[in-house]
Design a protein around this ligand. Structure first.
Ligand code: FES
Length: 496
């Protein structure tokens, strides 16, 4: 499902797909905000190409909330405790600089992307959670005086017990920003190819050879700027991250809205912001996330509607979509060298739910690495760090889920028969001793796939809301008839 933001594509031509071999300095794989900002930074100095398998911002960047903020939930108290005060200070500073950097780019390139300065808030409705909010405010205060405030009231029309406010944050239209960056990249003679799927990357004679649409791009540097790395080894990021899906809806609230950007402290979180849409203002609500490929929380849209209608009873639903994010186990993005044994190959991933600022931080670190300049934030996001010792519980759960799925695929035999599948439903059944993923369409057609993920072989679940196959291990997604739609896998399922 396309997001509200993706409507912006109608105003722009498709970038052509790659049709010939190329030799460049930097090949960026992925045309989301990370790829575009990195290309923007480098395109006036080096030869740069972006290879995007779909359309620019066709994945997470096109489905984001578009909040430009260093307030990453209640986070800084956790960072001080799990890392150190100095670490937390650097993290805040890097993200504050990213906010400013995005504003500077918008101003310099005169990008009309509905940028609005706002405060952001994390609020709680529960008295029992107030201590967490107050502790967070004290933690932030230690890092940067007067950055935040503890407040008892907010403009969002809902009862709260308390909130922490971050000042001088912002929101924008991510696709308008992305197309503004693309224009600047092209102006600098950078190249962007859409519908260009990378199938392999090889190291040859001190260079990288990137294979895409039957062509080769030979590059000195490669940047993996896809949400999830498309290479499994030797980076092993699939052991250090999982994917999370959130529901997003845009409403016409039929009422005057609010100033500020909000997110609830209670999990699953719900986030709110306004969108300027011509003469009217719309409401964007995002939340009720679940670990991709599991059977949790499948009624996120209904829940979002309920929560919005409590505030705005006449609200009309205009758009809905789901957003996919990579969650690193220590909650800190992986930015920098892909692996200590692969020189000049860079990665940016694991942005959790905060990809707008994290993508800018990543673009600046990777740019400095390629230009061989110092970057003082490089160390805290180091992608080859040995971790995440401090989040053993989560890592244990993830590995358990992966094992369960692999074991299920080998030993558990489902009892369901083909006839028991309802119209519009998918499930795994056994036909002639072979497990088959079956989807029965609204018109009764049957689609059969091998329900084994083409990434690393976990058994898939069928998401009956979106009518897609999802992998519980690292979050790959496939259409009901087996086409790969979300990385890390970029191979289609086998069909019967
Ligand atoms: Fe990794 Fe499916 S996404 S096994």
């Amino acid at each position: 499902m396309n997001s509200y933001w993706e409507e912006e594509r109608k105003n722009h031509d498709l970038f052509e797909e790659i049709k010939e071999d190329k030799k460049v300095s930097v090949c960026i794989i992925g045309g989301g905000l990370t790829g575009l900002q990195t290309a923007y930074n480098l395109s006036d100095k080096l030869d740069v190409v972006i290879l995007e398998k779909d359309r620019i911002c066709g994945s997470t960047s096109g489905k984001t909330t578009g909040k430009i903020t260093s307030q990453h939930g209640v986070f800084y108290d956790y960072l001080i405790n799990s890392q150190s005060k100095e670490f937390a200070k650097m993290y805040l500073e890097a993200n504050e600089k990213a906010i400013q950097n995005i504003k500077d780019i918008i101003e310099k390139e005169e990008i009309e992307c509905d940028l609005e300065e706002e405060s952001s808030y994390v609020f709680t409705k529960q008295e029992t959670k107030l201590d967490m909010i107050k502790n967070e405010q004290k933690a932030v205060d230690k890092l940067q005086k007067e950055k935040s405030d503890y407040v008892k009231e907010i403009e969002l029309p809902t009862e709260i017990s308390g909130a922490i406010e971050f000042k001088n944050q912002a929101q924008f239209h991510p696709l308008k920003y992305a197309y503004g960056l693309a224009k600047a990249i092209i102006k600098n003679d950078g190249k962007i190819y859409e519908n260009t799927k990378v199938t392999d990357i090889k190291r040859e004679n001190e260079k990288y050879v990137v294979y895409a649409n039957k062509n080769k791009v030979i590059a000195d540097y490669v940047v993996l700027a896809t949400r999830y790395p498309i290479m499994n080894v030797p980076g092993y990021y699939f052991l250090k991250m999982y994917q999370s899906t959130s529901y997003a809806m845009v409403f016409d609230a039929k009422k005057k809205l609010f100033d500020g950007m909000y997110i609830s402290y209670e999990t699953p979180n719900v986030s709110f912001r306004t969108i300027r849409d011509g003469d009217r203002e719309l409401l964007l609500a995002v939340g009720y996330d679940y670990k991709t490929g599991t059977e949790e929380l499948r009624d996120g849209y209904q829940r979002l509607e309920v929560i919005v209608r409590k505030m705005y009873p006449d609200a009309e639903v205009l758009y809905k979509w789901t957003a996919e994010d990579c969650i690193s186990l220590d909650k800190i993005p992986y930015i920098g060298q892909y692996s200590s044994i692969m020189k000049n190959l860079y990665i940016a991933t694991g942005f959790n739910k905060w990809g707008v600022t994290s993508s800018n931080v990543a673009a600046n670190i990777i740019t400095d690495k390629i230009l061989q300049k110092e970057n003082k934030y490089e160390e805290i996001f180091k992608s080859t760090r040995i971790e995440p010792i401090k989040n053993r519980q989560e890592m244990g759960d993830m590995l358990k889920e992966a094992n369960k799925s692999i074991l299920l695929s080998r030993f558990k035999i489902p009892k369901e028969e083909l006839d028991n599948i309802k119209i519009g439903e998918g499930k795994i059944i056994k036909i002639d001793n072979t497990k088959v993923g079956v989807y029965k369409s609204k018109t009764g057609e049957i689609y059969k796939v091998k329900p084994i993920c083409t990434h690393l072989g976990c058994e898939l679940y069928f998401n009956n809301i979106e009518k897609i196959w999802e992998c519980p291990c690292h979050g790959s997604k496939f259409t009901y008839d087996g086409k790969s739609i979300e990385v890390p896998s970029n191979k289609d399922l086998k069909t019967f």
